[in-house]
Each structure stands twice: as structure tokens, then as C-alpha cells.
Ligand binder design. Structure first.
Ligand code: RIB
Length: 284
């Protein structure tokens, strides 16, 4: 019958192809699927829910055996619609790098509260107290979770967070660049944790424009440990979300669902790690 007509094609929807975290993730997925005899179709939603839904429909029309989806920022602003859409899907799929508790499906993601906590701890352990945070402005779960992690670390160290230590921007280079102005205006801030490396790049751009030095004038911790930032800057201290592991877990869950060996809506929460670069000054 129709249902058993396998094509060995898998569709991947990522939200931002310019973000090297997703580029690396896509590369690893492609390698793993190729090894298992599958062919990957890679698509980019550009963080738009409309694009995302369209891409999902097109991939299903092409006849993919399954989907790996990293939801867009926008899909979290209209969760109801997202859940409805995904519940209607007629092919196996795995939510990757995204947590959506209201949805019953297979999900693999890193612990973002822990990540935000570890990023802040790197600054606290180096003696910083007046620590800023650049938060992603969307309603996506990992933005809030990383922010919760920051608050948890500050609370543990009995540091009261000043309202203007926290700036927001989108998860892109521009978001970090825009948020940097507010953080750099505040002379009491000695270090800042930034919600992803793309934003960290934008932040660093602004720092350079103001002729400031990292870490002499301001310390910074990123998130994602993108290879490009490691090579280009300092290297940048960051939080590692190993894309190899994320790819492996997601692919094995998806293939398991396709061949019927893994049933149920398993959730796998992975543990992030720290990368201690050179962008945090000892502050004693
Ligand atoms: O989509 C934004 C972020 O979510 C990425 O930079 C990465 O950190 C992912 O988990």
C-alpha cells in the first residue's frame, strides 16, 4: 500500500541557516543519514512560521519518510497553531533542539536552564558580580530557560539583578549588536552572558566600534561554541551544545520511529558543557 512506499528521503527544517550552530548540525545529520542509506533534504524557515508550515507540507508532498524539525521563533508565539499543525502530520517526525511540553511527540534538546546557569557561573567564578545578560526576545522556550539559568546562578550568589543589566534582541548578529548599546552604557557591568554566539558576534562588533577590548574592558560568555568564533575571537568562552550528539540522538529516534523499533513519545534532554576560552577576565 501507499504507506509502505519508502523513499529513503528525510526532510530537515532549520530556523536559521546563517547560524553556524545549525550549519554544523545539518552537516552532522547529513553524514549520519547518508551512512544509513537515507538522502537528506535541507530547508530553512528563516524563523517564520508561515515558511515552516509551507516547507513541512512540501516535504511531505515530495514523499519524505520522516521529518526533523527545529521550530522557528515565530512558531512559539503562536503555539496553538503550531501544535495543531504538528498533530496533523502524517509522517514520523522528531522535534530537535526544541522543547514543547504541550506536544506529544519525540523531542531531543539540551538543558537550557543548566546552560544559562553554567554561562553565568563562568563569570561568577572569575569574580564578577555586576553581570549583564543578553536575552533572546522571542517567546521560544530556550530563550526563557537560559534567562532562568542566569537568574538561578545570580540568586545562588546573592546578587540582586539590576533591571538594566538585562537587554534583549533577536537570536541573530543584529540582536546582539542592538542590545550591546544598553549594556556598554552601564559602567558598572564588568561581564555579560549572551544567549547565543550569533548575538555574541554582534555584541563584539559593537565593542570593537567603541574601541573597547575583550576581556580587559568587558568579559563575555557566548552560547553554542561555534567553531568560527572559537577560531576568530580570543577564543570566546561559550556553552557547548554538541551537535554531533544532538544529530545522533535525533536521527536514531526518527529512524527508530520509521522502522517501528522505537515507540512512544520519548524525550531526551542532553547536558551542555562549558568551553573556557579567553574572553573572561579574572576579577578579584
Ligand atoms: O535558534 C536559536 C538558538 O537555539 C541557537 O543559536 C542555538 O543555541 C539553539 O539552541
Amino acid at each position: 500500500g501507499l504507506a509502505s512506499r519508502k523513499t529513503n528521503m528525510i526532510g530537515l527544517v532549520i530556523p536559521d541557516i546563517e547560524n553556524s550552530f545549525f550549519a554544523q548540525l545539518a552537516k552532522n545529520i547529513d553524514l549520519m543519514l547518508r551512512e544509513k542509506g537515507y538522502f537528506l533534504i535541507l530547508t530553512n524557515s528563516d524563523d517564520s512560521q508561515e515558511n515552516e508550515f509551507q516547507l513541512i507540507d512540501q516535504l511531505i508532498n515530495i514523499g519524505v519518510d520522516g521529518l526533523l524539525i527545529t521550530l522557528s521563533n515565530e512558531s512559539y508565539s503562536d503555539k496553538k497553531k503550531t501544535i495543531e499543525k504538528l498533530n496533523e502530520l502524517t509522517v514520523p517526525y522528531v522535534l530537535m533542539d526544541r522543547n514543547l511540553p504541550e506536544l506529544a511527540c519525540k523531542q531531543v534538546y539540551y538543558d537550557n536552564v543548566l546552560g544559562g546557569y553554567l554561562a553565568t557561573k563562568m563569570l561568577l567564578d572569575a569574580g564578577h558580580k555586576n553581570i549583564g545578560f543578553i536575552k533572546a526576545s522571542s517567546e521560544i522556550e530556550n530563550a526563557n530557560d537560559r534567562w532562568l539559568g542566569y537568574q538561578k546562578a545570580m540568586k545562588e550568589n546573592k546578587i540582586k539583578i539590576n533591571e538594566d543589566w538585562v537587554a534583549t534582541g533577536n537570536y541573530r548578529v543584529q540582536g546582539g549588536y542592538d542590545a550591546a548599546t544598553q549594556i556598554l552604557e552601564n559602567q558598572e557591568i564588568t561581564g555579560v552572558a549572551v544567549a547565543n554566539d550569533m548575538m555574541a558576534l554582534g555584541f563584539i562588533k559593537k565593542v570593537k566600534e567603541q574601541q573597547l577590548e575583550i576581556p580587559e574592558d568587558i568579559s563575555i560568555v557566548g552560547y553554542d561554541h561555534s567553531e568560527i568564533l572559537e577560531a576568530m575571537i580570543m577564543p570566546l568562552s561559550s556553552i557547548i551544545q554538541d551537535s554531533d550528539k544532538l544529530a545522533e540522538e535525533s536521527v536514531s529516534l526518527l529512524i527508530g520511529e520509521i522502522d517501528g523499533s522505537i515507540k512512544g513519545n520519548e524525550k531526551r534532554v542532553l547536558t551542555p558543557e562549558i568551553f573556557a576560552g579567553n574572553s573572561v577576565k579574572k576579577y578579584i
